[in-house]
Design a protein around this ligand. Structure first.
Ligand SMILES: [Fe+2]
Length: 316
């Protein structure tokens, strides 16, 4: 530090905060460019110090963390994949509009690495008429089996059983159709509230020796802040089906955060599915799923019966 003005060595004046004619302490001129030898010696001196702003440079983020949304399926094979919640029946409720769209959807699922899928048309839902539903499902199911065979996809028939709370819990448990021939039952709750008899209906399913699987709980506003209810449901053997597209962020940041929060909060009770309806807004997103979430992919329907989620707890 040198005193201005004048002095035995050349100095540059520092920034004057205000006024004129005052004397300020100023920084000496430093060379703008450093030689390579100087930089190397500085790095060598810093190497032994702890990481920090004045010491060794902190480690950079791994590429996996920076590029989380890379197509995981290309670099990290997912192994066997069961899609336990998707809508593949053409011209039934809000699934594919026609057989050609249905074929395109099963082809896309197979391309993304899905080996077996349970098609889950809506059941007991007030949004879709129940008249003639079973006949439509039977027709579409036959067609789907033929289409799936052409692309090498194993398909099972299940349903997404809507729990509005209007049915008696025992009647709901009796009417609900399981996933394939297994004991698991997919239960859908309304998006905007938690029906008064929702948990009673789920426990009625448990009492019948079946395992309830809550469809996309991250969408249900009534479940937000009800961690105690979810914990009781899980303790009784229930599972949470998280939608892969939500985890990948394809439906907004809020849904991405809610789905990942459930994975972190209940890692041993979560399982992923696509809830695919078409190839547009609700397309399957297995190819967008980051590799660190592969542990929540169930390989087959048999494993779902005793599914315990990922190997270890993980906070995404
Ligand atoms: Fe669904």
């Amino acid at each position: 530090m040198y005193l201005l003005p004048g002095g035995p060595r050349r100095a540059a004046m520092g920034r004057a905060p205000s006024g004129a004619g005052r004397i300020y302490w100023a920084k000496p001129i430093r060379p703008r460019f450093r030689s390579r030898a100087t930089k190397q010696s500085r790095d060598k001196a810093r190497a032994g110090r702890p990481a920090g702003p004045r010491g060794r440079a902190p480690e950079r983020l791994r590429l996996d963390d920076q590029l989380e949304l890379r197509p995981a399926g290309l670099a990290d094979p997912m192994g066997s994949v069961l899609d336990l919640h998707c809508h593949l029946l053409a011209a039934v409720d809000d699934g594919p509009a026609d057989p050609a769209s249905g074929l395109a959807l099963v082809t896309e699922l197979r391309r993304q690495g899905v080996e077996s899928a349970v098609t889950t048309p809506h059941l007991l839902s007030p949004r879709f008429a129940a008249d003639g539903l079973e006949a439509m499902i039977a027709d579409a199911w036959l067609r789907l089996q033929e289409q799936a065979a052409t692309v090498g996809l194993r398909v099972f028939l299940g349903s997404e059983n809507h729990c509005s709370g209007q049915l008696d819990p025992e009647a709901f448990a009796q009417a609900a159709r399981p996933l394939g021939d297994g004991p698991c039952v997919l239960v859908e709750l309304p998006d905007d509230h938690l029906p008064g008899r929702a948990w009673a209906s789920c426990f009625a399913v448990v009492r019948r020796g079946r395992r309830p699987v809550l469809a996309h709980p991250e969408r249900c506003r009534g479940l937000r802040g009800d961690d105690d209810g979810l914990a009781a449901f899980i303790t009784s053997g229930g599972l949470l089906q998280i939608t892969a597209g939500h985890v990948a962020g394809m439906h907004g940041w809020a849904m991405r955060w809610r789905s990942r929060r459930l994975l972190a909060r209940f890692p041993h009770a979560c399982v992923l599915a696509s809830d695919a309806h078409d190839l547009c807004a609700r397309r399957p997103a297995w190819d967008k799923l980051p590799a660190k979430f592969h542990r929540w992919i169930c390989p087959d329907l048999t494993s779902l019966t005793t599914w315990r989620g990922g190997d270890d707890a993980l906070v995404p």
